[in-house]
Design a protein around this ligand. Structure first.
Ligand SMILES: [Zn+2]
Length: 111
């Protein structure tokens, strides 16, 4: 189950950031899901909630997911969201972004 390891990685990343910042608890975690990643954000959110159940740092922590459209580039200079055919020259564009899942921001509460 790929979603589980992603949810787990998010928890580990947030926990590390919280400890480094002497946080009392983590309020929100923002995650970008590339549209081309074959990951279901809802399932990640569900698994995330299961993992954090017994974690004191994660009390009412919100996982905020954003679906990010792909970014592609072509040799001809095209830059956009087309992943199969370059609208300018018909070549196959190179996918620069859109497959990855990235934690973009972690909000914590301190004293
Ligand atoms: Zn092109």
């Amino acid at each position: 189950m790929h979603e589980y390891s992603i949810a787990y990685d998010i928890v580990v990343t947030a926990k590390k950031a919280a400890i480094e910042n002497n946080a009392k608890y983590i309020s929100s975690i923002y995650v970008d899901f590339g549209e081309l990643s074959i990951i279901n954000p809802e399932q990640v959110e569900f698994l995330f909630d299961t993992i954090i159940e017994d974690e004191p740092l994660f009390q009412n922590t919100k996982l905020i997911s954003t679906i990010v459209p792909p970014l592609t580039r072509c040799r001809c200079g095209y830059e956009g969201n087309e992943i199969y055919v370059c609208p300018k020259c018909g070549e196959l564009p190179v996918i620069e972004k859109g497959k990855e899942i990235v934690v973009t921001r972690i909000e914590v509460e301190t004293d």
